[in-house]
Design a protein around this ligand. Structure first.
Ligand code: ADP
Ligand code: MG
Length: 208
C-alpha cells in the first residue's frame, strides 16, 4: 500500500521545520555575521513565526496550504530570504494533490526548486541555500524512484541537505552579501544552506 500524506501531515512537517529554525536561530545569525549582515537567524525566525500563524487557520487542501504559507513567507522583509523560501513553498503548491505519494512529493520539491531558480542564478558550488536544496530535492526523487516510503524519502532528503550544507564550508561565496568577503567566506557553512538543512530535518521528523 503506497503511503500518502495530506494537509494534516504537511502542517505537522512545516510546524516541526519552524521549531527547528526557532531552536537554531542564534546559530544562523552567527553564521551570517561572518560574511553577511548577521540577520539570517532573525529573518528566518520572523518567517517561521508568520508561517506558524498561517498554519493556525483551518488547513485547506495542500495546494491552498502551501500557497498561503509561501505568500506569507515571501512578505517577510529583511533581504533575500523571504522571497527565496516563500517562492519554494508557492512553487511546491503547483503539483500538489489531496493525497501526496512519494512521486508527487518529489515533483512538488522539484517545482519548488525550479521556482527558486527563477529568482537566482546561483548554482551548486556558489555557497548558497541552493547547495542544500538541490541534493535534498534529488534525494527525494531518487527515493521515490526506488519505491521508498515518504518517511524514508524525507530521511534521505534531510541527510542530503545536511551534507550539502556542510560542504558549503569549503566554498567561496559568489552570491548574496557574503560574496563581498570572497576567500574569507571559506571555513564556515552558508547560513541559508544551513536553514534548508534544518527545514528538511524538520520535515523528516514532522512526518513521523
Ligand atoms: P540577506 O543576505 O539579504 O541579509 P539573509 O541573511 O536572510 O539575507 O540570507 C542569507 C542567505 O540567503 C545566504 O546564506 C544564501 O544562502 C541566501 N542567498 C542570498 N542571496 C542569494 C542569491 N542571490 N541566490 C541564492 N541564495 C541567496
Ligand atoms: Mg543577512
Amino acid at each position: 500500500m503506497p503511503q500518502t500524506i495530506g494537509s494534516t501531515e504537511l502542517t505537522q512537517m512545516l510546524r516541526t521545520a519552524a521549531a527547528r529554525i526557532r531552536q537554531n536561530h542564534e546559530m544562523l545569525s552567527r553564521l551570517d555575521s561572518f560574511g553577511g549582515d548577521g540577520d539570517h537567524g532573525t529573518t528566518m525566525l520572523r518567517a517561521m513565526t508568520i508561517l506558524e500563524k498561517t498554519l493556525e487557520k483551518p488547513a485547506g487542501d495542500p495546494k491552498t496550504l502551501l500557497t498561503d504559507i509561501g505568500w506569507a513567507v515571501m512578505g517577510v522583509d529583511g533581504g533575500a530570504t523571504g522571497p527565496l523560501f516563500g517562492t519554494f513553498f508557492t512553487g511546491m503548491a503547483d503539483p500538489a494533490a489531496e493525497a501526496i505519494d512519494a512521486g508527487i512529493l518529489a515533483a512538488m520539491f522539484e517545482a519548488g526548486l525550479l521556482a527558486v531558480q527563477g529568482l537566482t542564478k546561483a548554482r551548486p558550488g556558489d555557497k548558497t541555500m541552493i547547495d542544500a536544496l538541490v541534493p535534498a530535492v534529488e534525494a527525494v526523487r531518487a527515493a521515490a524512484e526506488a519505491g521508498d516510503s515518504i518517511t524514508q524519502a524525507l530521511d534521505k532528503a534531510a541527510l542530503a541537505a545536511e551534507q550539502g550544507a556542510d560542504a558549503t564550508k569549503n566554498m567561496k561565496a559568489t552570491f548574496g552579501r557574503a560574496k563581498n568577503i570572497g576567500e574569507k567566506s571559506i571555513g564556515n557553512p552558508d547560513p541559508g544552506a544551513t536553514s534548508v538543512s534544518l527545514i528538511f530535518r524538520g520535515f523528516s521528523e514532522g512526518v513521523r
